[in-house]
Design a protein around this ligand. Structure first.
Ligand code: NDP
Length: 333
């Protein structure tokens, strides 16, 4: 396919250009709010055309797909324009600033008959897929609880809008809690029902939270504990799933790289679980491209993006209110 990249961003240059090119696809355009930044970005990454006018790029009938990776408040208008132009859209998380906006995007894509996906990379990881298979295969019995450790240190080059600009969608909850919500749904196969939460600023957040802890109840009765932060340099990341017949320990797996280890502990003892080391982003783009061709579904579709955002918004509401909040999925089943 031929692609338009909307947003001359870090994620686009670090991972997504390579992931798209690995399919044999071409990135033809980059659209940026800054003419200088867009031109420099395009030259640095071998992209033929740069523009500040999204309509210009969307008018290129030779392009089939749009990848949106601008700051969060721009996802809605840019994705809507791409859908209206008949392009297939792979949109970064969080899909939008509100659940109802995200629902509007996904409905518009459905009505236009284009493929729409959310770039939740973690469900594309071999480690997460191995954990999911163990759970689905009954290896730990009935799931009792899931603990997610996703407190990291935000590197200096990403400490811009994420830590000080609420209007651009900053804060650790729209940034990382959305991923943990998607991981939970992917692993457990059910949607969080009610959340309690606390959030705060612990050294980076300026007008937005840089840390959050929350507990989610699941329809099955399982409990989920989720911790996100931008300010933890040495904490590492991971998740644990505990069941009636065993426990899974996945260390170093809340990451963009195909790294980390999975261990299964049961009455028979402790074993290392074999995991695939494929690129998370190449896997996600491959699934998107296949879905465009009518082969299967995206790794995370639009509904997945709506639901991860809904959980994150419930976490923020619960922390702000100091009360338990039921997740509002915006009418999406
Ligand atoms: P960046 O801060 O790198 O880029 C965001 C926007 O900032 C760019 O689109 C660009 O605006 C502008 N910008 C960046 N650098 C410059 C510069 N030097 N001069 C002028 N403008 C600049 O954000 P990220 O790449 O970290 O995140 C982008 C999106 O991707 C977010 O929605 C985020 O949530 C998501 N993301 C997803 C990840 C995943 O694994 N799924 C991982 C990381 C981020 P313009 O649009 O005008 O070009």
């Amino acid at each position: 396919m031929r692609w338009i990249f909307v947003g001359a961003s870090t994620i686009a240059s670090q991972y997504m250009l390579g992931a798209v090119r690995a399919q044999g696809d071409e990135v033809v355009w980059v659209v940026s709010g800054s003419a200088d930044h867009g031109r420099i970005w395009a030259e640095a990454h071998g992209v033929a055309r740069a523009t500040t006018d999204l309509a210009d790029a969307l008018a290129d009938a030779s392009c089939d797909a749009v990848y949106v990776s601008s700051t969060n408040e721009k996802h809605l208008p840019q994705a809507m324009a791409a859908i209206a132009a008949g392009k297939h859209v792979l949109c970064e998380k969080p899909l939008a600033m509100t659940v109802s906006d995200a629902v509007g995007m996904v409905r518009a894509a459905d009505e236009a008959g284009v493929t729409f996906a959310t770039n939740h990379h973690l469900r594309c990881s071999g480690t997460h897929q191995a954990v999911r298979n163990l759970i689905a295969g009954g290896r730990i019995g009935t799931v009792l609880s899931l603990r997610i450790f996703h407190a990291v240190h935000l590197p200096p080059h990403l400490q811009g809008w994420r830590i000080n600009d609420a209007a651009a969608g900053g804060g650790v909850i729209p940034d990382i809690t959305v991923h943990d919500a998607d991981v939970t749904r992917f692993l457990l196969g059910e949607d969080p029902k009610t959340v309690v939460a606390q959030m705060g600023a612990s050294g980076m957040g300026d007008g937005v939270e840089d840390s959050a802890m929350s507990v989610w109840t699941m329809p099955s009765g399982a409990m989920v504990m989720s911790h996100e932060s931008f300010t933890h340099p040495y904490s590492g990341s991971g998740l644990e799933v505990h069941g009636t017949e065993g426990s899974i320990f996945a260390q170093g797996v809340m990451t963009q790289e195909p790294v980390g280890d999975v261990e299964l502990v049961t009455a028979e003892g402790r074993v290392d679980v074999e995991v695939s080391r494929h690129s998370l982003y190449e896997h996600g783009v491959a699934a998107f491209c296949a879905a465009v061709k009518g082969e299967g579904r995206p790794a995370a579709d639009g509904v997945d993006g709506i639901k991860s955002l809904a959980v994150a918004m419930a976490v923020r509401d619960a922390a702000a209110q100091g009360a338990a909040v039921d997740v509002d999925y915006g009418g999406v089943a």
